[in-house]
Structure formats: C-alpha cells, structure tokens
Design a binder for this molecule. Structure first.
Ligand code: NAP
Ligand code: GLV
Length: 306
C-alpha cells in the first residue's frame, strides 16, 4: 500500500511520522511532482497537478471537515473522497459557539466595558426561555453544538437538508422550515457545508427574517455570508452583533471593515482545529476498514457537495 501526503500550510514531518507509525505496512511519502503512482493520499488544499498526476488513487483523505476547496479540483470519479468526521473538532466547536452565545446572552462584553470604565452596574437578566438559538446544519458539528447549547437550557432549533430527530432540539428542514426558524432565533449559528445551495445563504433577506436585535455566529465558511449585507444590518441597528471565525478571503485583508467594526468579534479560523493524533488515528482506522472491504463513514457525496 502506497500513501502520499500532500497538505498545503502543514508541517509534514510529524504527520508522516504519525501515519507511518499507525500504518506500518504502508509506504508513506511526502508528495512531490513526478512521484510514483499511489493508492491513497492524505491531503489539505492540494494543487490540481497532484490529482492530474495521480489518477489511480483509490481514496483521498481530507484533513478537515469541509471539502468545498477539495471539490473545486478535478478528481478521478473512481477516487473516494473522505472527510474528517469529528476527530476532536466537535468538542472545540461546541466550546467556541457556547462561549459566543453565552457572552452575548449574559452581556459579558457590556460588563467588560463597564468594569474597565470603573462602573459597578447591573444589567436586567435576559429570559433564557425566550432566547432561541438556531443552528444551520445538523451534521457532525451542528448536532454537537445544538446538544451543548441545550445543556445550558437554551431553546434550540436546528435546520438540515433532510428531516432529523434529535432529543431536545426542534428540527426543521426545507425553505419553509428555514423561514420559520429564522423568525424565532435570537442567535443564529451557521454550521452548513459550503455548496452551490448554501453559498451566500446569510444575506439581507435571510438575516432580515431574524427578530430585531438578533446575533449571528458564522463558524462554517466565509462565502456563506454576504459581508456588505451584514455590515448594513449591523449599522442600521437591525442586528446586535456578530462573531465571525471564517471569511471570504483568509487571512482577512487589513482593509476589511470587519476588523474595526465595534459589534463584530472575530477570530482567525480557529473555532475547531484539526487535531493531528485524532485525525491520523481516524484515517488509519478507515484505511484498514477499506482494506478489509468494510464500509466507512465520512465519504463525501460529490453530487450533494458535502
Ligand atoms: P456535515 O456532518 O456534513 O453536516 C452538514 C449539515 O448541513 C447536515 O446536517 C446537512 O443536512 C446540512 N446541509 C447541507 N446542505 C444543506 C442545505 N442545502 N440545506 C439545509 N441543510 C443542509 O458537516 P460538519 O462536519 O458538521 O461540518 C460542517 C461545516 O463546518 C464544514 O463543512 C466546514 O465548512 C465547517 N467547519 C469549520 C471549521 C472551523 O474551524 N471554522 C472547522 C470544521 C468545519 P443533512 O443532515 O440533511 O444531510
Ligand atoms: C476547517 O475549516 C475544516 O473544514 O475542517
């Protein structure tokens, strides 16, 4: 079994060592142009030439959950595309989103400003039972986030492509379900994959369906959000604020208005990082299963785009 590692912006050495240890029977090499044909690959943002030179790959393992960038490549139809399935990301995403929701709900940002100014002042507590949090996308990460929010007793609603049953969560699907959910949400969390159907989904029309003073958390992809529409809704006071982890262009350009907006909190695409050891263990387990002819989870449906 021959496996190539081709990951942009990733230090290859610890990955190569880890994969070799997890799969001692495999020949594991760092890809360079002209490399001999391989059966398998571990990738992140590989160049097109990688796939042009490796048309015989049986499976390619993406070291992230989102495959939007990978699906922009021309990949042989016979190659299985496999994404990370949690691998330590879900708990991080739950931490990040709960932190952002609670910071907004409890107005910790306001308290921070008040106490920094030397003021001892109370805010009227908000009613939790009226503070509906909506989660777009109820997959591996969205479900974990919805359940974690439910643990803090927020009323949680979630939206997915197909119908879903999740204990304690009100689930909706379809365009009508989306509109019904948006009308309720004091906080909207985006955890959709980026596909032709979801690009620009956070726009003036959808965001204006939220109750006045709602808050947005985008942790999925920057291209889900129409930046100018968010800025207009924040500046008019229609939306209260936003926490953004992902951007159309990353790193976020210095001149972008998001950097200086007083009601935007931003982080540099760090809400759920790839954990190397967990990812290697998951990929190795899946390779072994494939080798035995067993089914695996996390196989990307190219038609759906996720
Ligand atoms: P996933 O398991 O594939 O879940 C995707 C969810 O979105 C599913 O519930 C799916 O519905 C729903 N969905 C897809 N298209 C839809 C549509 N057109 N309308 C309604 N619902 C739709 O993905 P995941 O592992 O949870 O990851 C979600 C995304 O998070 C990734 O694609 C990636 O972009 C992002 N991400 C960001 C970070 C970060 O650090 N910021 C880290 C990891 C991942 P069904 O259940 O009905 O199929
Ligand atoms: C990160 O954004 C991922 O898709 O894993």
């Amino acid at each position: 079994m021959r496996l190539l590692f081709c990951c942009t912006d990733t230090n290859p050495e610890p990955w190569l060592a880890g994969i070799r240890q997890a799969l001692p029977q495999a020949t594991v090499e760092l890809w360079e142009s002209g490399a001999a044909p391989a059966d398998l690959a571990v990738v992140w943002a590989p160049p097109q030439v990688f796939f042009d030179e490796q048309p015989g790959l049986r499976a390619v393992f993406n070291i992230g959950a989102g495959v939007d960038a990978l699906l922009a490549r021309r990949i042989a139809p016979s190659t299985l595309i496999v994404r990370l399935d949690d691998a330590g990301m879900a708990v991080q995403m739950a931490e990040y989103v709960c932190h952002a929701v609670i910071r907004h709900f409890r107005e910790f940002d306001v308290y921070e400003a008040e106490t920094k100014a030397g003021r001892w002042a109370f805010r009227k507590p908000r009613r939790r039972e009226e503070f509906v949090v909506g989660v777009l996308g109820l997959g591996v990460l969205g479900t974990r986030v919805a359940q974690a929010l439910r643990g803090f007793e927020f009323p949680v609603q979630g939206w997915s492509r197909g119908p879903k049953l999740i204990d304690g969560i009100t689930t909706l699907d379809g365009a009508e379900g989306l509109h019904a959910m948006l009308a309720q949400c004091r906080v909207l969390v985006n955890l959709l994959p980026l596909t032709d159907d979801t690009r620009d989904i956070l726009n003036r029309d959808t965001l204006s369906r939220l109750p006045p003073g709602a808050y947005l958390i985008n942790v999925a992809r920057g291209a889900h959000l129409v930046d100018e529409d968010l800025l207009a809704l924040l500046d008019s006071g229609r939306l209260a604020g936003a926490t953004l982890d992902v951007f159309r262009k990353e790193p976020l350009p210095d001149e972008h208005a998001f950097w200086r907006h007083p009601r935007i909190t931003l982080t540099p695409h760090t809400s759920a990082r790839t954990m190397r050891d967990e990812s290697i263990a998951q990929i190795a387990t899946k390779i072994t299963a494939l080798h035995r002819g067993e089914p695996i989870v996390g196989v990307v449906n190219r038609l759906r785009g996720y």
